[in-house]
Design a protein around this ligand. Sequence first.
Ligand code: NAD
Ligand code: FES
Length: 281
Amino acid sequence: MYEIKEKQTLAPNIYSMQIYAPRVAASAKPGQFVIVITDKYAERIPLTISDYDVAQGTVRIVVQASGQSTKKLCALEEGDKIQDFVGPLGRESEFMHLNDEELKAERFLFVAGGVGTAPVYPQAKYLHNRGAHVDIISGAKNKEFTILEDELRAVCDNLYLATDDGSLGFKGLVTDKIVDLIDNEHKDYTQCISIGPMIMMKFVAMTTKKYNLKTIVSLNPIMVDGTGMCGACRVRVGDVTKFACVDGPEFDGHLVDFDSALSRQRQFSDANLDNYITAKK
Ligand code: NAD
Ligand code: FES
């Protein structure tokens, strides 16, 4: 069992939890994820790691209460225990293989959206601490849903906040801000890393392709076992089928077939599952 050491509300229905899982914390790397199983009746929830502290033995997850399982997880409080906390899973971020000299030559642009902002934090922190140039665009519906502003600001050179309604920072989508930075501020990034809703990553990749800017996306398809056995998380990357849990979760955004990934994700939406159950009755 894995204890919730700390719980914080970041935005409506969005919670940060520090989970005591020393073995996971000791081997976690930026880009990896965990699978959380709240209790013996709960589904498996894949969550990209949002931070880890080897000394404290904790791993931070950020969860949005949306479906049945995430609501159950988010209802737990400090001191409560989670049945299973499996990880770290997946591959570490590609930039982990660059040496100091190579890192200093890169200018990273992170493009984060909504809850996907949280897993950007450990990646930006790692790169910033190693001396790389890091800019972050963090997009949210409005000011109320903007999360981790102070933490992100501490691990980058420039933090650009964007909100759909203009209640904080730039008014517009994260893709509009990418265009603004490159066209108007003449930023010359060498790579973009995008984490957020699948539809956002699709449009980020379409935008950066016009600038020939290398783009890595962190995919979050439906997952079951998380070990490459069930095929639930399959995605088309180039002409090849990949499993996000073992080959990813990060892939070349210009090669991902987002339309098929989005259509698979929709098949498992609550509304579609309700229709399926009704049709079977
Ligand atoms: P959201 O819908 O509020 O979107 C956040 C921002 O993304 C928006 O403010 C906008 O700037 C941008 N965006 C959204 N749609 C866009 C489009 N079509 N074109 C350009 N930009 C667009 O975000 P949310 O409600 O917090 O998103 C939750 C989703 O994020 C869930 O589906 C969850 O599964 C996913 N998520 C993904 C990861 C990951 O690892 N990839 C991690 C956490 C959450
Ligand atoms: Fe089963 Fe990836 S979750 S193969």
